[in-house]
Design a protein around this ligand. Sequence first.
Ligand code: PLP
Length: 380
Amino acid sequence: MVEDPADWLARLAHKADLRARAGLRRQLRPRGTGDQVLDLAGNDYLGLSRHPAVLAAAASALADYGLGATGSRLVRGSTRAHAELDAALAGFLGVGAALVYSSGYLANLGAIRALVQPRTLIISDAHNHASLIDGCRASKAEILVTPHGSVPSVETALAARGDRPALVVTESVFSVDGDLVRLADLHAACRRYGALLLVDDAHAVGVLGPGGAGGVAAAGLAGEPDVVVTMTLSKAFGAAGGVVAGPRELIAHLVDTGRTFIYDTGLPPPVAAGALAALELIRAGDDLRAELHERAALVGKRLTDHEVSEPDAGVISVTAPGPEAAVAWAAGCLERGVAVGCFRPPSTPDSRSRLRLTINVGVPRADFESALDVIAECAP
Ligand SMILES: Cc1ncc(COP(=O)(O)O)c(C=O)c1O
């Protein structure tokens, strides 16, 4: 039976009401140009989104190429800035080749699809980001979710799978709690059982590894033939866009067949050029990384009355008593000029609601420390 239009809207309103009662409504809060809020919520880890060299490169590409890419990367959407960025990222990550997508979400969808064959078993960490989960689901392969960070569980699943191809999917630094997976051990298990390993290095690139080359490089796995790296340019790069990096054959396969690459407009050229400038700053950014790690360690020392995650990178989570309390806590901080992330189910990997704090070394150190005081004072 066809539903009456009024009924489906009533159904959506009813669902919104249920979410409101559970403290799970979400709100957009547009930033103004004179925004003075201290940012402990974004992912601009190294403060590069407004760096003069990044802005100058983007402005120059804007003048040269215009605003949009005007087409998919295979049609008119690849400029020299895109090609240089692909090549520079491959060198930076220590892989055969890299390919820039318009978002990290689409890069994950494309990479997972390319790595799945008929009968592949995907083994996916329980805390994986939604884009990895959606990539696994869209691939139509069988998915086994293993307990978070448990290498023995992955190993057991690999041993039990028989002669099927297997793909292990994980983040390096997890996006909600900021913990780093034991990548070398995970890779050793994959190698032992002949599985491919896909690592989403979104929160580690720029922050960990030699010259900021990420969690995979930090674990000594850069360029391994059974490892594929995905990442986003929307975090430490302060830009936007996604990347798949790995053996040349994989990148050629994605260019020829990857639907989320082929049927999507390329990254805007000013963003590609800005990201290329950001890459140079990241390589030279050891001092920024040292400052980031110092600040991350400070959070637990200041918020001693709360459950604070052990930071391996620039993401720290602070447990809140429940979803409404998390919302009220974050709102209280914002009223006092401090933006913090507020994560509630279903955006958390378990039923816990949290404040998520992210380090942005572009925020002056003294302001960062006062922001921690504000967070402590606004606690429910
Ligand atoms: C771990 C992880 N992977 C992928 C993405 C998606 O990247 P993008 O925002 O570029 O689509 C994000 C966040 O946005 C993320 O945190």
